[in-house]
Ligand binder design. Structure first.
Ligand SMILES: [Mn+2]
Length: 426
């Protein structure tokens, strides 16, 4: 943890410039009768979870280039997220990946979470690879497998994840199913779906009544001919069969190029089935790039749907759980996460500036240019002073990446944990 006095000193240097820019923007937006303090408060309240597997260097199947100082255990992963949250006040929760993050000493972990001002967001099951002590292989599927014994093993793993989560106060199970097939004819497409629905029902039955099951979809990879849950329609149909505690999870990278993701978000909000959102960025597919690094306008349009849904009384969707789900191959993972949060909050702030009454009027009158210009006007506003002010309100720093570097945090982590320390769960 960085001492509070040091946070204050770090902010002092940039404070005069920040206040000048914030005053200018506040004046400008107030002329449009925008509640600037209200916008800042909404940015302060916005929280995005950090998954335990995002704290180490990722890689591709061609290689991995670790930079040292990676967290070696769950406790160190919690400390890293606590540090990020101290810098920007926007990531107060951590998502666990079982089996890597199985909690051992529950009271000690609870105390650490309290010290770091963090909570456990969700537990994520893993049936996409075999573990050493596992009886049956998932090579040909898990929840969809042709053999009942393999399905049962995968069901029990998910129930075990719930038990671990319960011990630490989590209330969400995220299921991403890697099952599918690589060649035509390999798998009976309808029967694989039915077996999956049955397996999910068994997990759902074993879930406490205040828990949510998030069902994630992905069009390809690891399987390249068919995935059992390839799209939001399949996730949605499974949720409909399971019940109210099941919700669809949208992962930005899990779409084919040019998919209109904001429309999917709008649809799911309308149906009250948008349970979670995974942020990342992509150029070609599930590339796991920094959120907002390639398509910032798309990220803004997605937030525009979320804000629009949140303000519409006809939309009864429950609160959406946000998480960053990316792999960091070339950047320092902690800097990458700070950049991601910056881009997420920037997009959210811009969406909060949209003049919704004027937009609705333009839409009703089929004034295409006016409607588009209203969105572009919000998108092109430089909202960085609002985001920086939100960080400061939360006890963080005006410029998290500059502070991270000024504090030499990576160097300190390498000193403590070693140059060769490797994170798990990637
Ligand atoms: Mn994901």
């Amino acid at each position: 943890m960085i001492p509070e006095q040091r946070i204050h000193d770090l902010n002092e240097a940039g404070l005069a410039d920040h206040e000048f820019r914030l005053r200018y923007l506040t004046d400008l937006l107030s002329r449009r009768t925008l509640d600037v303090q209200g916008v800042i408060q909404q940015l302060v309240d916005f929280q995005v979870a950090i998954p335990s597997w995002a704290l180490g260097t990722g890689g591709t199947r061609f290689g991995r280039y670790p930079l040292g100082g990676e967290p070696r255990c769950l406790e160190e992963k919690i400390e890293d997220v606590g540090l990020l949250n101290q810098l920007n006040g926007s990531s107060n929760s951590i998502s666990l990946h079982i089996p890597w993050d199985i909690p051992r000493d529950i009271p000690a972990l609870q105390q650490l979470l309290q010290e770091q001002k963090l909570v456990i967001d969700s537990v994520n099951s893993n049936t996409f690879q075999d573990q050493k002590d596992q009886h049956y292989s998932y090579k040909f599927g898990s929840l969809s497998h042709t053999d009942q014994a393999v399905r049962q093993q995968a069901i029990e793993h998910n129930l075990e994840c719930i038990r671990h989560g319960e011990a630490l106060g989590a209330k969400t199970l995220t299921v991403w199913l890697a099952d599918g097939s690589n060649f035509p004819g390999q798998q009976h497409l309808r029967r694989a779906y039915l077996r999956t629905a049955d397996s999910l029902a068994s997990i759902y039955e074993g879930m406490p009544s205040d828990w949510t099951m998030l069902i994630e979809y992905k069009p390809y990879e690891p399987h390249f001919y068919s995935m059992v849950i390839p799209d939001w329609g399949t996730s949605y149909s499974l949720c409909q069969q399971l019940g109210k505690q099941a919700q669809v999870l949208v992962d930005l990278g899990h779409h084919l190029p040019n998919t209109n993701i904001e429309q999917i978000v709008g649809r799911l909000l309308q149906f009250g089935r948008l349970g979670g959102f995974h942020f990342n960025g992509s150029m070609y597919g599930d590339d796991d790039l920094t959120t907002g690094s390639i398509k910032p306008y798309q990220l803004f349009l997605i937030f525009n749907e979320l804000v629009d849904g949140a303000r519409d009384q006809a939309v009864t969707n429950a609160a959406v759980a946000y998480m960053i789900d990316a792999s960091h191959n070339t950047k320092d993972p902690l800097e990458d996460l700070l950049q991601s949060i910056q881009n997420i909050l920037t997009s959210y702030a811009k969406a909060l500036l949209v003049d919704r009454e004027a937009l609705q009027e333009a839409q009703e009158n089929n004034d295409v240019v006016r409607a588009e210009e209203l969105l572009r006007d919000a998108f092109q506003t430089d909202v960085r002073p609002l985001v920086a002010e939100a960080y400061r309100h939360s006890g963080g720093v005006l410029d998290p990446i500059a502070a991270y570097r000024a504090e030499g945090i990576r160097e300190k982590l390498i000193q403590q944990r070693g140059k060769l320390s490797l994170s798990t769960g990637l």
